[in-house]
Design a protein around this ligand. Structure first.
Ligand SMILES: Cc1cc2nc3c(=O)[nH]c(=O)nc-3n(C[C@H](O)[C@H](O)[C@H](O)COP(=O)(O)OP(=O)(O)OC[C@H]3O[C@@H](n4cnc5c(N)ncnc54)[C@H](O)[C@@H]3O)c2cc1C
Length: 441
């Protein structure tokens, strides 16, 4: 058998997980990972801890560098500037051309841009890459006032790391409450309280109109749509990311929001695959698609595509939705389904013959419990027959694996309420049970 020549573009969690999965299954494969941002795989999710000097840059790398030699993974630090899917070659910025038998695009995501005037001024910063981290560190000495734009996870990370530097922060959010796609108004209320307690000026339902600079091209003021004038030396833009697809588009690969793939993460072009933040997965024949932009989903897709690249034909299973975060040291965990979930549960999870087509069909109800002594809350989504399908948990630490198991075991709401305390993770701070409950359809 000829050795398989695999090229992976992108050394993020999707690309590296795929490469390592292929290596575990195919000793004969010649695997090359080409990436432009960093010579070695690093944990993007930990960038903020480096800025806050709680982690060294070296600690960003999850694996020792000898692993790449031991697993015979060739790492190339370069940019792929063109794909020729007919000739099965990739062209690098350095001028070299490489041939492949199979190609994986794991090119990640890039900041969404809204074209606000002044967005290119110095001092206007995204926070997604190692070079963003370096740019923020360089700005650090002269920033006293900052405006952060965008009510999502990266926005609040930016707020937190600026507070760490004792910068006066204004937080501008377009929506009526923080992370309205995921958090309930009540949950966001706690986050608003925490922000204000930390001295953040929180401005809701407003967005930038233009950014003004000084004569050196340095941002000096942000003017909002509502006419507020916010003097600042830094504007942090955290207004979402979108799949990085320019390379795929230029090569003629079908793209929607992301690079279009089927459930086996194959594009419609022979021997070309995509996984991670850059991929848009067709879930059903009816055309519904899924773009996932999280660490664990990129890893899960990397494993799935690695198996397919190695010759095992198993489709990607998105599993039970999951997400965790910290808002100014306040823990947040969501497991399972809520009305905003991007795909419905599998039929077997519901004990039905066929899966629902949308999450809306489930007509989920919600039960909320609050701890009166702490500010913790638990929002539980359930079906009319009482089967619990989701947990949204704020202000305490919880055992996600156990909650996921309860969902898979199809536990009813009364049982879950009785056992909820068992899923508390912070044993050392074990508190009295959550006594206050409210339900709503
Ligand atoms: C600040 C921050 C915090 C985050 N925190 C969390 C979190 O707490 N939890 C969570 O679940 N998710 C979090 N995420 C999201 C998570 O990091 C991503 O979903 C995940 O890293 C995506 O992995 P990926 O492998 O698909 O892409 P990426 O990690 O983006 O890797 C893709 C790589 O490919 C390279 N590349 C692209 N095009 C080319 C080319 N033409 N040539 C060569 N190389 C190329 C890119 O430069 C990049 O290095 C966070 C993201 C950021 C930015």
């Amino acid at each position: 058998m000829q050795p398989l020549r695999l090229i992976v573009i992108g050394n993020g969690v999707a690309g590296i997980t795929a490469a390592r999965t292929v290596r575990a299954l195919r000793q004969d494969a010649e695997i090359t990972v080409i990436s432009d941002e960093s010579p070695y795989f690093y944990a993007r999710t930990a960038l903020m801890w480096v800025y806050m000097r709680q982690l060294s840059r070296a600690a960003l790398e999850p694996f020792e560098r000898r692993l790449w030699r031991e697993e015979r993974l060739e790492l190339v630090h370069d940019r792929v500037v063109a794909l020729d899917v007919a000739r099965r070659t990739v062209t690098l910025e350095s001028g070299a051309t490489r041939s492949y038998d199979r190609l994986l695009l794991a090119t990640g995501a890039e900041p969404a841009r809204f074209g606000w005037p002044g967005q290119e001024l110095s001092g206007v910063q995204h926070f997604c890459t190692l070079s963003d981290l370096a740019a923020l560190e360089a700005l650090r000495p002269r920033v006293e006032r900052a405006v952060v734009v965008g009510g999502g996870l990266i926005g609040i990370e930016l707020v937190e790391l600026l507070l760490h530097d004792r910068v006066a922060v204004t937080y501008l959010i377009r929506e009526p409450w923080y992370w309205d796609l995921v958090l309930s108004r009540d949950e966001a209320g706690l986050v608003h309280t925490l922000l204000r307690e930390h001295g953040v000026e929180l401005l809701l339902e407003d967005l930038p109109e233009e950014l003004l600079g000084d004569d050196r091209g340095q941002v000096r003021e942000l003017v909002t749509r509502a006419g507020r004038r916010l003097p600042c030396q830094l504007v942090g833009l955290a207004t979402g990311v979108r799949p990085r697809i320019a390379l795929a588009q230029a090569a003629g690969l079908p793209c929607g929001q992301g690079i279009l793939v089927d459930r086996t993460l194959r594009t419609s072009v022979p021997e070309v695959y995509a996984a991670g933040d850059c991929a848009e997965i067709a879930l059903e024949p009816d055309g519904r698609t899924l773009v996932q932009k999280l660490w664990y989903t990129a890893q899960r897709q990397g494993e799935a595509v690695g198996r397919v690249l190695a010759g095992l034909d198993a489709p990607y299973d998105p599993g039970v939705p999951y997400g965790s975060a910290q808002f100014l040291f306040c823990d947040y965990l969501t497991v399972g389904w809520f009305p905003h979930a991007p795909y419905p549960p599998a039929a077997e999870l519901l004990g039905r013959a066929t899966a629902p087509r949308t999450v809306a069909e489930l007509a989920l109800r919600e039960h909320v419990v609050r701890s009166p002594r702490t500010r913790a809350s638990a929002r539980i989504a359930y079906l009319e027959n009482q089967q619990v399908l989701g947990f949204s948990l704020l202000g305490a630490r919880w055992n996600a694996a156990l909650l996921m198991r309860w969902i898979r075991e199809r536990r009813p709401l009364p049982w879950v309420l009785e056992h909820l305390e068992e899923a508390r993770f912070d044993e050392e701070f074990r508190r009295p049970p959550f006594p206050e409950g409210t339900s709503r359809a």
